[in-house]
Write a protein that binds this ligand. Structure first.
Ligand SMILES: [Zn+2]
Ligand SMILES: [Zn+2]
Length: 360
């Protein structure tokens, strides 16, 4: 089969590789859409960090070049008797694989499983024509949900999980920092869960315009007087909840300045280095600092697809659908900051012919 294979930072190649062989509990899925996200970008620019390219992964044993892609939908093509999955069924994979028996799994926090691993991050994923997927991560794509929208199921599940973790109550005022793809998924999750005011902060431009169309009560352009504008939007007491979804350096400190006494900060974004927090100020105002990671497949993946089916979010967020041969180019585009939405890859599309001269 054809697959995009990650070898090292800046080195992703379109290759012919053997078809996957399903292990116990797995089915083979023909991939129809596979999304790229900031985690893939981290591997591309600074990696391999998560990809088990240099040292074997402790759970999967994977070692060496790896097929990325943890946001995938496709069609079941090879199954085992009694699996409950028929061939031809359209499915989305939550990508995160949990054991189901450890203490965290038993309390429903499968994203914190002791033996957790993720397709496309710790073993071969969806940037290929075929992928072998643990059935526990699969959920059916609802009738009527198009492939392009279904291709956003996993990041929407991440946004919904973050929205749940934010603990927003009806009538709360929320500040959401960051209106990129993740921030937009969190906004959609909030809109689905609870009736609240959401003040979205980002740089002026297309992202904020999209936030205004997808559920922001108010948008505030970051800048020299951005904090004053946020204070004006939330009122003198501060926000009940501040969700930091940009991951930009210094932002968690800014979030601290925006939250009310007794309020909550939810850190969604992953800053590129350690961040200073004024713990004294947090304690004196009894502010809760929460975090969120990935999603809980059983709770979030099907509801995420229902949100995508009910809203026009996919139309707002989808940048383009491209052949696998375009992966490196799109990672470069994301690295340069030139991407506001989601790029999906369709491995059934013919690769674009490389027109550069070749010695071979
Ligand atoms: Zn991701
Ligand atoms: Zn577990």
């Amino acid at each position: 089969m054809r697959a995009a294979v990650f070898h090292d930072a800046g080195d992703v190649r379109l290759e012919h590789v053997p078809d996957p062989t399903p292990a116990a509990g797995e089915v083979v899925v023909r991939v129809l859409r596979s999304g790229m996200c900031g985690t893939d970008l981290g591997e591309w620019t600074k990696g391999p960090r998560t990809f088990p390219v240099r040292t074997p992964h402790p759970v999967t044993g994977h070692h060496g070049p790896m097929i990325p892609g943890h946001e995938l939908v496709g069609e079941v093509v090879e199954t085992v008797p009694g699996s409950g999955w028929e061939t031809g069924r359209l499915v989305a994979s939550g990508a995160g694989v949990s054991c189901g028996t450890c203490d965290r799994c038993r309390e429903g926090r499968t994203n914190l499983c002791r033996r957790y691993y993720t397709l496309g991050l710790n073993t071969h994923g969806g940037m290929a024509e075929l992928v072998s997927v643990p059935m526990s991560t699969l959920r059916p794509v609802p009738d009527g949900l198009g492939l392009d929208a279904a291709g956003l199921a996993q990041p929407m599940a991440v946004g919904l999980h973050a929205a749940r973790r934010a603990g927003v109550r009806p009538g709360d005022t929320v500040v959401l920092i960051g209106a990129g793809a993740i921030g937009t998924f969190v906004l959609a999750g909030l809109r689905d869960l609870v009736d609240c005011d959401v003040v979205v902060v980002d740089f002026a431009g297309r992202r904020l315009e999209r936030a205004a169309r997808t559920g922001a009560t108010t948008t505030v352009a970051a800048g020299d007087d951005g904090d004053a504008a946020v204070a004006e939007a939330v009122g003198p007491g501060g926000a009940d909840v501040v969700i930091e979804a940009s991951g930009a350096l210094g932002m968690v400190g800014r979030a601290q300045a925006m939250v009310r006494p007794g309020g909550r900060i939810l850190q969604v974004g992953l800053p590129s280095g350690p961040q200073e927090i004024d713990l004294h100020a947090l304690v004196m105002r009894e502010v809760t600092l929460e975090t969120t990671l990935a999603h809980v497949c059983g709770d979030d993946l099907s509801p995420a697809m229902e949100i995508l089916a009910r809203t026009g979010l996919a139309t707002e967020l989808l940048d383009s659908v491209r052949p696998l041969s375009d992966l490196a180019g799109q990672l470069d585009r994301m690295a340069s900051g030139g991407l506001d939405g989601k790029v999906l890859f369709d491995p059934t599309m013919e690769p674009e012919i490389d027109t550069r001269s070749s010695d071979t």
